[in-house]
Design a protein around this ligand. Structure first.
Ligand code: CU
Ligand code: CU
Length: 288
């Protein structure tokens, strides 16, 4: 039986408590920091050599889908009734809305060091010590809305313009692809300032603090954000019936992306699962 991933704003008080408890237990077991390390290890960009899997690449969506499934399995070993909720940032756009409540992820960081002081993931409670990719200290940091240089979360309209693209991805299959659903959703734009960051990327920047860079998994909102991004891939497939993950075959030896991107039937490290195998998740989970 497939389980359901729900909108975080609709969770009952019990569902919120159980999700938080499972997260803290996965952290206590040491499994959580393994997820942070994996994400740091796969934070490879266009400028680096070798295979790109997690970001700036077609497999951005399937890589994070599998990554979420792995976390969800760890959570469900603790409590089989838990799944990862999603944060619809086109609707919940303020600092007082879900998921920033005291009983869920806690609120903004304080001004002088951006340290999150409220909620279950506040350092003072002793259950959420940042150990991997430490930049500011062992505490979780946020700067919601970027106080000194404010930005807005992406709008429904901006998200819709990504969903409207009927082609999954296009050559050169990286952060400079101007067409294709994948980069319009992942959000590498041109130029500088806020316009350079769209949809998925802009949300990381709006949250700020730990959510910037390779160690962004340290903030539990990472999973809620990526569940919503994952949901968009499902919606895109429904809207464009028959549209598939691209590239279907690996770029040839003369293409500059040769050996740098994952084709539809190639395995993605570190798991070996292919994008093809991940396109349909309906037997594992559904979105409500
Ligand atoms: Cu990532
Ligand atoms: Cu991300």
């Amino acid at each position: 039986m497939a389980y359901t991933r729900k909108d975080v704003s609709t969770l009952t008080r019990t569902e919120r408590r159980r999700f938080v408890a499972a997260m803290l237990e996965v952290k206590r077991r040491g499994e959580y920091d393994e997820f942070v390390r994996t994400h740091i290890a796969y934070y490879v960009s266009d400028g680096d050599g070798g295979l790109r899997t997690a970001h700036m690449a077609p497999s951005f969506l399937p890589w994070h889908r599998q990554f979420l499934l792995e976390l969800e399995r760890a959570l469900r070993r603790v409590d089989s009734g838990v799944s990862v909720p999603y944060w619809d940032w086109t609707r919940d756009r303020t600092l007082s809305s879900a998921p920033w409540t005291e009983d869920l992820l806690g609120g903004n960081g304080r001004r002088f060091d951006r340290q999150v002081m409220t909620g279950p993931f506040a350092y003072a409670h002793g259950k959420w010590t940042v150990k991997e990719g430490v930049t500011d200290g062992e505490f979780l940091t946020r700067d919601l809305g970027r106080r000194d240089n404010p930005i807005e979360l992406p709008t429904k309209r901006e998200l819709d313009s990504a969903l409207a693209d009927p082609v999954y991805d296009k050559d050169p299959w990286n952060s400079t692809s101007t067409e294709g659903f994948r980069n319009k959703l992942e959000g590498w734009g041109r130029g500088s300032g806020s316009a350079a960051w769209r949809n998925h990327n802009r949300v990381h920047r709006w949250v700020g603090g730990a959510m910037l860079g390779g160690a962004s998994v340290n903030d539990p909102v990472f999973w809620l954000h990526h569940a919503f991004v994952d949901f968009q891939w499902s919606r895109w497939r429904q809207r464009h019936r028959g549209a598939r993950y691209l590239p279907a075959r690996p770029p040839g030896p003369v293409n500059r992306q040769h050996g740098r991107v994952v084709a539809r039937h190639e395995g993605m490290p570190p798991w070996g699962v292919t994008p093809d195998e991940l396109e349909d998740h309906s037997r594992i989970y559904r979105y409500a």
